[in-house]
Ligand binder design. Structure first.
Ligand code: TMP
Ligand code: ZN
Length: 403
């Protein structure tokens, strides 16, 4: 049953038993993993793409949640841009408040703080929030919902902007978010959020964007229907080149602003592409299984030929790839990653060791399986020496290939 409209949800893929994608384990935690069934469907009524079962929120977003937005120079630049855009388009002066839902290590808050913008971040990950606070940003530890929104409104007043990147789709009970936004947002304020675009995920074969945290996969059509249920209106949607293809949605109180032409244009594109059609997703599901058999065959051949393969980027996406296709340390002996919080741990479910990124060059492997394909440009530029001395990248979206 659809979490938004109670309509029937038709399943189009079952990616099997999966762990919490960011639950990187210390060796002594091997027995305490939480798993769920990662199956995805589309609502026949409101067209929202969603998981059929939800990983418990407490298993996903713990105090020691290890993801850090600031590790990518591309993301740092992106959020500096967001800060500039908000100042130019939404904020009248330094007194206007920006609240960020899911502020992680403060990659956006730092930029707002540097510009003298009144801001407050809220995030359930105490360690990430502490990193933001250490840089001078204002943060509260917790989930955004009616209670925390009311508490923020009571001490800080209404927010001119509520911003969120790659967070609200994580919340199965998304009504709690919208009720909070309703309590906190100024009458003429904007709720602006960014998230991966399901249309790009399907078109470009980014199947590993499906993991526990991405409970909903948004499209313009489904988001417009969703926000309308809570008394809001989608007034703008813009493509942004983040995580392989995302959209930035601008939502206001109903009737507060005119809807921009971008919304109708994207709705048209979606209709032509079939983003609301069950068949579109069934085809996509078949493509995932082809990638799996090709990738396992390639890794097995390389191992049998005595080649060394290393994983690059211990992404949350890689949980789906390794656990659904059954890729463990026998095929990929370790994954290197720049995030200190992940190093020395085992990847969730598949239990592949995560090592510091320096381990990549000690010595270079023959092949690197690029799990962090969304940072390909940044990583390939940085690792030119790997290729210069004969190394090759293995990519698997939209299909398996060596470059
Ligand atoms: P993401 O795809 O969810 O943004 O995660 C990217 C992961 O890849 C994250 O754990 C950091 C890691 N990473 C590297 O190890 N080296 C890099 O150069 C970049 C950009 C990311
Ligand atoms: Zn629905």
């Amino acid at each position: 049953m659809c979490r938004l409209c109670a309509g029937p949800v038709r399943q189009w893929v079952d990616l099997g038993r999966q762990p919490a994608s960011n639950a990187f384990l210390r060796p002594e935690q091997l027995d305490s993993e939480t798993f769920f069934r990662l199956a995805v469907g589309i609502c026949a009524d409101c067209t929202m793409v969603q998981q059929l079962e939800a990983m418990p929120t407490g298993s996903m977003f713990r105090a020691d949640y290890p993801y850090r937005s600031s590790t990518s120079s591309g993301l740092r630049r992106h959020f500096q841009d967001v800060a500039r855009t908000l100042r130019a388009t939404e904020l009248a002066g330094p007194g206007d408040l920006v609240v960020e839902i899911g502020s992680n290590d403060g990659v956006l808050l730092r930029a707002l703080h540097a510009d003298g913008v009144r801001h407050l971040g809220i995030d359930p990950s105490a360690e990430a929030a502490a990193a933001a606070a250490a840089d001078g940003a204002n943060v509260r530890v917790g989930f955004f919902d009616e209670q925390s929104a009311a508490a923020i409104a009571a001490t800080e007043g209404r927010a001119k902007v509520i911003f969120s990147a790659n967070t609200i789709s994580h919340v199965a009970r998304i009504d709690t978010i919208f009720r909070g936004v309703d309590l906190l947002l100024a009458a003429d304020g904007a709720f602006i959020f960014e998230d991966r675009y399901v249309s790009d995920i399907v078109e470009f074969g980014y199947f590993d964007q499906i993991y526990d945290e991405h409970f909903y996969l948004f499209a313009v059509r489904s988001v417009a229907a969703m926000v309308a249920r809570f008394g809001f209106e989608l007034v703008d949607a813009q493509r942004i080149p983040i995580h392989g293809g995302s959209l930035r949605y601008t939502v206001t109180r109903r009737g507060a602003r005119e809807r921009r032409a971008s919304v109708a244009r994207l709705l048209d594109e979606e209709a032509r592409y079939g983003v609301a059609e069950y068949e579109t997703y069934l085809r996509f599901g078949r493509q995932i299984d082809r990638v799996g058999s090709d990738l396992v065959a390639l890794l097995t051949d390389l191992r049998d030929a005595g080649r060394r393969v290393v994983g690059y980027g211990a992404t949350s996406k890689s949980a789906t790839v390794t656990n659904y296709f059954g890729i463990g340390p026998a095929l990929v002996p370790f994954i290197c990653d720049t995030t200190p919080e992940k190093q020395g741990r085992l990847s969730p479910g598949a239990h592949i060791p995560v090592r510091p990124y320096e381990a990549f060059a000690e010595p270079y492997p023959d092949y690197a399986l690029l799990f962090a394909w969304n940072h390909a440009a940044e990583i390939m530029a940085k690792e030119h020496r790997f290729v210069a001395q004969g190394g090759r990248w293995i990519l698997y979206v939209p299909h398996v290939r060596i470059v």
